[in-house]
Design a protein around this ligand. Structure first.
Ligand SMILES: Nc1nc2c(ncn2[C@@H]2O[C@H](COP(=O)(O)OP(=O)(O)OP(=O)(O)O)[C@@H](O)[C@H]2O)c(=O)[nH]1
Ligand SMILES: [Mg+2]
Length: 425
């Protein structure tokens, strides 16, 4: 017997290479991880295949035959499927996990492949999809993060979605709780492959994220919205985007007024003043908390009053206290909606600390900015899930007014599982 080795970034990649080189004849002897995944470096796996010496050259010839003489695609893909299925069994034995492919795609006598004709392209596509799914399953079997919090092991079909969600920065406890719910409630029939599992899990995620739909003021009422949050997160830019949205971009044009809390007299008003000038909007500055009610009163002709605040570190209790004093001094009778603005680029734990410190202001909704600067969105999901505070808006770039998105669970979960894509805004 001749021993051959093949390497790849995943065991299935190595298997594919083996398949390309020696066809179906070999027997998988061993799979090992020869290089661990590290920052900036992919993992490397090696598989060891044993093959009868006299079969090496003939097999090689078989693979190298011209394209025109190769078997029809459907038959080939079927073969790869069973080949991988066998390999999966052997890999399973080595890694001591159950075979994910055992019952799926077991050939039965009635399933013998009919001859392929051009009109059967659909079937070929479906075969390829099945094959891709199997490869994914094998890949994910080697994803070595375990979930000790789950009462049962994660079935292979769930591994991809679990990995995606985990890599998105979702809090581990939240993810395990969601996975447990999915495992308990998902109809058996839907567990057939990882794409139905993904769809089901996506639906659960969507249902779990609280969203506040935008509601415009009805006749005779007004909306007073205050943006609070850490320094430099995009509060003023977002106020400008909202102001433009309400006064120009919606079907109905609303009257918008602006208020700036400049209780530290640091000239925080200048940036917003420029936007106010450009959009011809009334603007009031509040330096001392008792002036807050007067500022709101003087904008009573407006449908929307948007209040900008100076940024403060979540640990700067004195600055947050000043905002609280303004809210406390509000005798105008107008209800102030407090929106906590946070960047999506910080991890869940930091978002939670920020939320806890600003929560003394009575946060009504969450707004996340800088979605264009991050890869994972699980942190956002987890904060909304944990605090049960609905998300109202997302900011997806620096451009005023276009880079603003009204929150929706579809949009967030799409970002979470597939990344932010400007074309889907
Ligand atoms: N990439 C990106 N940049 C943003 C986004 N929103 C705001 N910015 C930028 O972030 C920077 C700070 O924005 P500001 O609106 O001044 O932030 P702020 O929260 O008002 O800052 P302070 O008033 O100093 O607390 C500016 O350069 C904005 O253009 C966003 O969604 N994506
Ligand atoms: Mg600002």
């Amino acid at each position: 017997m001749k021993i051959l080795t093949f390497t790849g970034h995943t065991p299935s990649e190595a298997l594919k290479k083996a398949k390309m080189e020696i066809g179906d004849e070999g027997m998988l002897i061993e799979t090992r991880e020869i290089q661990k995944k590290a920052l900036g470096r992919e993992a490397l796996y090696e598989i060891v295949i044993g093959i009868d010496e006299d079969k090496v050259s003939s097999t090689y010839k078989k693979v190298k035959k011209p394209l025109s003489k190769q078997k029809p695609l459907k038959e080939e893909s079927q073969e790869i499927l069973f080949d991988i299925s066998n390999a999966a069994k052997q890999i399973s034995k080595i890694s001591n996990v159950t075979d994910p492919l055992e019952d799926l795609y077991k050939p039965t006598s009635s399933q013998s492949a009919p001859p392929v004709e051009p009109k059967e392209l659909k079937e070929i596509k479906s075969e390829i999809n099945k094959l891709t799914d199997k490869v994914k399953i094998i890949q994910n079997m080697f994803w070595n993060e375990k979930s000790p919090n789950l009462s049962s092991q994660i079935p292979p079909e769930f591994a991809e979605i679990y990995r995606l969600a985990s890599q998105s920065g979702i809090n581990k406890e939240h993810l395990d709780a969601l996975m447990q719910v999915t495992l308990e409630h998902m109809p058996l029939k839907m567990r057939e492959n990882s794409s139905t599992v993904k769809r089901y899990f996506q639906t659960i995620l969507r249902k779990m994220v609280p969203i506040r739909r935008e509601a415009t003021p009805s006749i005779g009422t007004k909306k007073v919205i205050m943006l609070v949050g850490p320094t430099g997160v995009g509060k003023t830019t977002s106020i400008a985007k909202l102001a433009a949205r309400y006064s120009f971009l919606m079907e109905k044009k609303y009257k918008v007024g602006l208020v700036v809390l400049d209780t530290y007299r640091i000239g925080a008003v200048e940036q917003l003043m420029q936007y106010a000038r450009m959009m011809k909007l009334g603007i009031e500055t509040v330096v001392d908390p008792p002036e807050f009610s007067n500022a709101l009163e003087s904008l009573k002709y407006c449908d929307y009053i948007l209040i900008d605040t100076m940024g403060s570190s979540p640990y700067d209790r004195v600055k947050i206290e000043k905002i609280y004093e303004c809210l406390n001094a509000n005798s105008s009778g107008y209800n102030v909606d407090v929106v906590l603005v946070m960047p999506s680029s910080i991890k869940y734990e930091d978002l939670k600390v920020t939320y806890d410190n600003f929560s003394t202001l009575g946060v009504d909704t969450l707004m996340f900015t800088k979605l264009d600067e991050t890869m994972g969105f699980g942190n956002i999901f987890s904060l909304a899930y944990e605090t049960k505070k609905p998300i109202s808006y997302f900011s997806v770039g620096q451009e005023v007014p276009e880079d603003l998105v009204c929150a929706s669970s579809d949009f967030l979960i799409e970002c979470l599982l597939n990344g932010f894509n400007r074309s889907k805004v």
